[in-house]
Design a protein around this ligand. Structure first.
Ligand code: ADP
Ligand code: MG
Length: 629
C-alpha cells in the first residue's frame, strides 16, 4: 500500500490531503501532539547519534522543545511557533520528509482508512497519528526552518526553509533569509487559520500539552507565557535599607537565557500633591516567562496514593495510544538485581489485539517500554521477550541507575532484562489474582472474557508458572459458571476421588450438559467440567492431576464415583439377570466393539458407546481420521 502511495501524482496528494483534513476537522487539536512527537523524535535521534559521535552534541547545551504564540499582528492571523534543538533537516531532507505524503503518518492513516476497517476515526488517529500534515488542520501556511548539527564533514550547515500552503500541495525549499538563527534543530511556524486562533491562547496550549504530550516527551517542553498582573508600584516602595525592591526575575529554560526579561509597562507618574496617597499604588505589569509544561514528575515516579483513576486512564491513553480504558493496572517500584532500582506501571488492556490469536507463539510484545531516567531506550526485550501468553501487557519501566549509553546488545544480554521479564510476569499474575479475589464483578467478568483463554495458554506454555496460572483459569460445569479447579475440589462429594470432565471442542456448553455421559453424575449431584476449547483438553493433559486428584474424562472408562461399595451386591445381581442379553449383544455386535458391559453410569439413556480408558476419545479419533483423510 505504501509503495503505491509513493507513486501517487501530486494532484492526488493534494486531494488526499484535503480529504484527510476535512474528515479530521473535529480532531484538529491533534496537530500539537503530532508536532511535539516529531520534535521529541528529532531530539531523541540527536541524543542517540551523539552516543557514537560526540561532535554532534557534546551535552553542553540543552535538548528541549519550545512553544511560542504570537497573537494577531496588524490584522494578520496569529502565528504559533514550535521549535526543537534536535537533529534538524538538510534541504534534501526537508523535501523528502515533509514534501511527500508517503513519508508522513498520513499514508498509514489513509491505507488503514481505505482498508475497510471501520474503527472510529479517533482510534485511527490514536494508532497512527497524522504526522506533519496535521499542521494543515489549523494552518493555511506552514514554514519549517531547519538546520542539521555542525559536524566535521559539514562544519557550516545552512539553515533552510520549507514553505507550503494548505490550498495547493506545492512547496518551496530555500535558504533562510535570516541566516542560521537556530544553531541546530527545527522551528515550525504555523500561520493559523481564522477559526484556529484559539491555539494562541496559552491556557489552551498548556492544557493540550498536558492532555496529549505531558507523558510522552522525555525532553522538557516550555511554553512562553505572557500575562498581566497587578503589583504594588515598586518605584514607590523603599525597603528598610533604602534599596529599591526588584521584581523577582523569572527562570527560563537554561538554553533560553536571552529571553529572561521582565517588561514593566510605562507607569504613569503619581501627582505630587495628593494629601493621602492610597497605599500602595498598584500598577499593571506584564510578565513573561518560559514555563515548563511537563515538569511534574512522570506518573510512575509519583506516589500511587496521590494519583486518581482519571490520571491513570489519561496516561494509559496518551502513552500507549489505546483509546479504551485499561482494565486494571499495577503501579510498583522494585529492584532488578545488581542494585538497579526502577519504577514501573503495568496495564491490562480491556481487549486483546485483533490478531493476537492468529499470531504464532513468538509474538513480540511492543508495549514494554524501557526508560532510563525518563528517556526512552527500547521496547525490544530481545531474547528475554515475554512468553506469548503475556506479550499483550503494556508496561513502562523507568530504571534509575542504568548508564544511559548501554547499547541494545548489552541490555538484552543483561541480567537486568532477565530479571525484568520475571518481574513483569510475576506482577501480571498478581494482578490477575487480585481481580479474581476482589469483589469487582464487572472487572472480573471482563477479565475472564478477554483473558480466559490467555490464562489457559499460559498454564500450558509457561511450565514455571503453570500451577499459578491454572488456578486462575475458570470453567463452566454442569452446575455453575466460573469454577476454578480449587473450587471444584471444595465441591467434591464424599468419596469422590476424581475430577470429572467432558471435553468436546467446538461444541456448545449446553450440548455437553445434555450428554449421556454425564446423566448419572448430574443426577447424583456430581460436578462435571464441561470443556469446549481446544486449550482445555491440552491443559488437562498437561496437568494430569490437581492437588493430587486426577482428572477423569467421563466419556472414557475408568470412572469411579467413590461410593460404589454398597452397590457391588446389587451390581452382581443385575449382571446375573442381564447375562443372556449381554451375551447376545456381544455376539450380534461381532468385532464392532471391544466389549459389552452392564453400566452404572446412565440414567435415562438405555446405552452408550464409550472409548477405551487408554484409547483416544471420540473427539481425538474424529480429528485423527480427519487428518488422515
Ligand atoms: P512520522 O513522524 O510518522 O515519520 P511525520 O509526518 O510526522 O511522520 O514526519 C515526517 C518526517 O519528517 C519524520 O519522519 C522526520 O524525518 C521529519 N521530521 C518531522 N518533524 C521533524 C523535526 N521537528 N525535526 C527533524 N525531522 C522532522
Ligand atoms: Mg510524526
Amino acid at each position: 500500500n505504501l509503495n503505491c502511495e509513493l507513486n501517487i501524482p501530486k494532484s492526488d496528494v493534494s486531494r488526499l490531503r484535503k480529504i484527510v483534513i476535512n474528515s479530521l476537522y473535529s480532531h484538529k487539536e491533534i496537530f500539537l501532539r503530532e508536532l511535539i512527537s516529531n520534535a521529541n523524535d528529532a531530539l531523541e535521534k540527536l541524543r542517540l547519534t551523539s552516543l557514537t559521535d560526540r561532535s554532534i552534541w557534546d551535552g553542553s547545551d540543552h535538548l528541549n522543545i519550545t512553544i511560542q504564540a504570537f497573537k494577531d499582528e496588524a490584522g494578520n492571523g496569529g502565528r504559533l511557533v514550535i521549535a526543537d534543538t534536535g537533529i534538524g533537516m538538510s534541504p534534501e531532507e526537508l523535501t523528502t520528509n515533509l514534501g511527500t505524503l508517503a513519508k508522513s503518518g498520513t499514508s498509514d492513516f489513509l491505507s488503514q482508512a481505505e482498508g475497510g476497517d471501520q474503527t472510529s476515526t479517533g482510534n485511527l488517529i490514536g494508532a497512527f497519528g497524522l504526522g506533519f500534515y496535521s499542521s494543515f488542520l489549523v494552518a493555511d501556511r506552514v514554514e519549517v526552518a531547519s538546520v542539521p548539527p555542525k559536524t566535521a564533514r559539514n562544519p557550516n550547515p545552512i539553515q533552510h526553509v520549507f514553505s507550503s500552503s494548505a490550498d495547493d500541495s506545492t512547496f518551496e525549499v530555500y535558504p533562510d533569509p535570516r541566516g542560521n538563527t537556530l544553531g541546530r534543530g527545527t522551528e515550525i511556524t504555523l500561520f493559523l487559520k481564522p477559526d484556529a486562533q484559539e491555539y494562541l491562547d496559552e491556557t489552551t496550549l498548556s492544557a493540550l500539552v498536558h492532555k496529549h504530550s505531558a507523558f510522552s516527551s522525555a525532553f522538557p517542553i516550555y511554553l512562553f507565557e505572557r500575562w498581566t498582573e497587578e503589583v504594588p508600584d515598586e518605584s514607590q516602595i523603599v525597603s528598610e535599607h533604602g534599596v529599591e525592591k526588584e521584581i523577582e526575575p523569572t527562570s527560563p529554560p537554561a538554553s533560553e537565557s536571552d529571553d529572561d526579561e521582565v517588561i514593566v509597562e510605562e507607569v504613569p507618574k503619581v501627582a505630587e500633591n495628593i494629601p493621602e496617597p492610597p497605599p500602595p499604588n498598584m500598577v499593571n505589569v506584564t510578565k513573561e516567562q518560559w514555563s515548563r509544561l511537563n515538569s511534574q514528575p512522570s506518573l510512575w515516579a509519583r506516589d500511587p496514593k496521590a494519583i486518581t483513576t482519571e490520571e491513570y486512564n489519561l496516561f494509559y491513553t496518551s502513552f500507549f495510544k489505546d483509546f479504551s480504558k485499561p482494565l486494571a493496572w499495577h503501579h510498583f517500584a522494585g529492584d532488578a538485581g545488581s542494585g538497579v532500582a526502577f519504577k514501573a506501571l503495568l496495564f491490562f488492556p480491556t481487549k486483546l489485539g485483533e490478531d493476537y490469536w492468529q499470531k504464532p507463539l513468538e509474538y513480540a510484545s511492543k508495549d514494554v517500554k524501557l526508560m532510563v531516567k525518563r528517556v526512552f531506550i527500547t521496547s525490544d526485550l530481545g531474547e528475554n521477550a515475554l512468553p506469548k501468553w503475556a506479550s499483550w501487557v503494556k508496561v513502562v519501566i523507568d530504571a534509575e541507575d542504568l548508564p544511559l549509553n548501554v547499547s541494545r546488545e548489552t541490555l538484552q544480554s543483561n541480567k537486568f532484562m532477565k530479571q525484568l521479564k520475571s518481574i513483569i510476569v510475576k506482577r501480571m499474575i498478581q494482578l490477575f489474582s487480585k481481580i479474581s479475589e476482589g469483589d469487582d464483578k464487572e472487572t472480573f467478568d471482563q477479565m475472564q472474557e478477554t483473558f480466559g483463554s490467555v490464562l489457559k495458554l499460559g498454564a500450558v506454555e509457561d511450565t514455571k508458572n503453570r500451577v499459578k496460572l491454572a488456578s486462575l483459569a475458570r470453567f463452566t460445569t454442569n452446575q455453575r459458571n466460573n469454577t476454578s479447579f480449587d473450587q471444584y475440589l471444595e465441591n467434591r462429594k464424599k468419596g469422590q476421588n476424581q475430577i470429572f470432565y467432558l471435553a468436546e471442542m467446538g461444541k456448545e456448553v449446553k450440548e455437553l450438559a445434555q450428554s449421556v455421559f454425564i446423566e448419572k453424575l448430574h443426577a447424583r449431584g456430581y460436578e462435571v467440567l464441561l470443556l469446549t476449547e481446544p486449550l482445555d483438553e491440552i491443559l488437562i493433559g498437561n496437568l494430569r492431576e490437581w492437588k493430587g486428584v486426577s482428572f477423569q474424562d467421563v466419556a472414557k472408562a475408568g470412572l469411579k464415583f467413590g461410593d460404589e461399595g454398597n452397590e457391588i451386591e446389587q451390581q452382581k445381581e443385575l449382571e446375573e439377570k442381564f447375562k443372556p442379553l449381554i451375551e447376545w449383544l456381544k455376539n450380534e455386535s461381532n468385532d464392532a466393539v471391544r466389549d459389552v458391559i452392564l453400566s452404572n453410569r446412565l440414567v435415562r439413556s438405555p446405552c452408550a458407546i464409550v472409548a477405551d480408558q487408554y484409547g483416544y476419545t471420540a473427539n481425538v479419533q474424529k480429528m485423527m481420521s480427519a487428518s488422515n483423510a
